[in-house]
Design a protein around this ligand. Structure first.
Ligand code: CAA
Length: 524
């Protein structure tokens, strides 16, 4: 993070003194900086002369004495309050009285850091996002004692750095981390519970939500030790929401030295420490495993856009498609697989599944497209639950690149493999998950949207700034409120209620403001 921040300043013509605690640490930082700028040159993004000028603006030093004459210090040491407070007390002693002291803390109290100095009015949060040279957002955190001039100066500086700033008060996790880390922790929980594989969790969020990275890959980028500290602080400072209590696996990984990209291994394995290049390891799936059953003829039940879309995609993929309606299933007597896409309503779906059980040959895979019902309830309407699987397509006509494949506690491995092969033949990425409310995507997405509504309700920030923060800080294609408008508040509330009813997790209760907006038919 420190090296990235140095690069941001130096790239924008500002001389920087880069300080570390030891020669070895300084060397690592220097290697980061040269690695990043060399890559930019190799990609044709930076001229060699500009790289040399950039590096020429950076002075490297061990120890704080080198900071005597600077105008601004940005601290990016590990995320521990005692360490930061000690450092700020030292900086206060060493730096010029006019100097602004900024902390890049992700979740600690800027106020508590500020009061370790004799100049709390000149202490401010300046929170960059990883990778700092790429992510456009800076959160400017003002405490109750930060002077207005200092806030204005720092905001102007963000403009010079080509960054977009949002200025907010001193609350755990600020905007972006407060919304991001519940989601990241929940994704770790899914992985720990073997609800889905790391590849499938990440693919689901990338393809289902258009995110640049999946949550587990992002944790590897952030650093698992950093993520652990942030979650700890969020839990303590943020109202002891259990969703922020670090999942035990995270602590185990940190203890075992699996810190993410920086140590060469985290949720994934990398070519070497510091590299972004993935290499296969013992958890990497083998594409040759589990081909499933041979499928040539596919029945599609339903008359709506989903059934029509599926019939079209299946035919294009070379399957022989047999359409049927919920009332007349007889044409499906000799198909190899059936996808039912009737109304997502329990009576209609159960009746279709029971009907298919009567009509279809033994061994036929029965896929249901429910997005809201427990698949096991539908499977038990047949006498062959091992052959029943959920297929959750995205988009009204199944045009999205993702399919969630829901295996119940009775679904056979061969049925799941068949569903995965079918998804691949359709040109979709199939991700396999357990039979819980929201599957992968909705289970991770909607609590995050609900948290954004809670943040608005608490008056911490505005719709525009929250949307900005998530787009520019985390690369989300749209902000949470833009997404809520697209999905519809009523749909969001229905999904959130279901997640809450199943888990009874207090933090998943729908935000009162969301309930009120839906009741009032209002928009956000
Ligand atoms: N340093 C400098 N530049 C980097 C970089 C790094 N570590 N990693 C990538 N880049 C640059 C590349 O050089 C490339 O630049 P050009 O477009 O100019 O060629 C650009 O970023 C895109 O990189 P890639 O093509 O290699 O890869 P990508 O398109 O997959 O993008 C990514 C990589 C920018 C990291 C993208 O995946 C992304 O936006 N991910 C989300 C990151 C995120 O959410 N960050 C916030 C984390 S939370 C946080 O930081 C707060 C906290 O307190 C913990």
């Amino acid at each position: 993070m420190g090296a990235g921040i140095v690069e941001v300043f130096a790239r924008n013509g500002i001389p920087v003194v880069a300080v570390e605690i030891s020669e070895a640490a300084l060397e690592r930082g220097r290697a980061h900086l040269t690695g990043s700028t060399d890559r930019a040159v190799a990609r044709g993004k930076l001229a060699e002369a500009d790289r040399d000028a950039l590096l020429g603006r950076v002075t490297f030093a061990v120890g704080l004495d080198a900071l005597r004459s600077v105008d601004l210090v940005v601290e990016a040491v590990p995320e521990r309050l005692d360490l930061k407070r000690r450092l700020f007390a030292e900086l206060d002693r060493i730096c010029r009285p006019e100097a602004i002291l900024a902390t890049n803390t992700s979740s600690l109290s800027v106020t508590e850091i500020a009061v370790a100095t004799t100049r709390p009015a000149q202490v401010i949060g300046l929170h960059f996002f990883n990778p700092a040279p790429v992510m456009k957002l800076v959160e400017v955190v003002r405490t109750v004692v930060t002077s207005a001039d200092v806030v204005a100066d720092v905001e102007a500086l963000c403009g010079r750095l080509g960054k977009v700033d949002v200025t907010i008060g001193d609350r755990a996790g600020f905007i972006a981390n407060a919304l991001l880390f519940g989601y990241l922790n929940q994704a770790i929980g899914m992985y720990e519970a073997r609800y889905a594989s790391r590849e499938d969790i990440d693919a689901a969020m990338k393809l289902g939500c258009g995110l640049p990275m999946g949550p587990l890959a992002l944790l590897d980028l952030i650093g698992l030790d950093t993520a652990y500290e942030i979650l700890e602080t969020m839990y303590r400072r943020g109202g002891r929401d259990r969703r922020h209590a670090p999942v035990p696996l995270l602590r185990q990984m940190v203890t075992a030295g699996l810190l993410g990209r920086k140590s060469g291994r985290g949720f994934y394995t990398y070519e070497r420490p510091g590299s972004a290049k993935l290499v296969p390891d013992e958890h990497t799936p083998n594409p040759a495993d589990g081909a499933g059953r041979e499928i040539a003829k596919v029945g599609v039940v339903g008359t709506g856009p989903l059934a029509a879309g599926l019939a079209e995609h299946l035919a294009k993929a070379g399957y022989q498609v047999v359409p049927a309606t919920a009332d007349v299933l007889a044409p499906l007597a000799d198909v190899d697989l059936v996808v039912e896409a009737v109304d997502d309503e329990p009576y209609a779906k159960t009746a279709v599944l029971a009907g298919l059980d009567e009509v279809c040959q033994p061994g036929v895979v029965l896929a249901t497209t429910t997005s809201t019902l427990p698949v096991i309830e539908l499977a038990m309407a047949t006498g062959r639950p091992a052959d029943v699987v959920g297929l959750h397509f995205f988009g009204p006509d199944a045009a999205g690149p993702l399919v969630e494949i829901v295996r119940t506690i009775r679904t056979s491995a061969q049925t799941t493999d068949t569903a995965r092969a079918l998804s691949a033949a359709l040109g979709r990425t199939g991700v396999v998950c357990g039979d819980r409310a929201g599957f992968i995507v909705n289970a991770l997405l909607f609590p995050y949207l609900n948290d954004a509504v809670r943040m608005l309700e608490a008056g911490y920030s505005t719709v525009e700034d929250i949307d900005h923060a998530m787009k520019l800080g985390c690369g989300c294609p749209s902000g949470p409120f833009e997404l809520l408008r697209t999905v519809g508040l009523e749909v969001a509330l229905t999904i959130q209620r279901r997640l809450y009813q199943e888990s009874r997790e207090p933090g998943l209760a729908p935000a009162p403001l969301l309930e009120q907006l839906v009741t009032a038919h209002a928009e956000v």
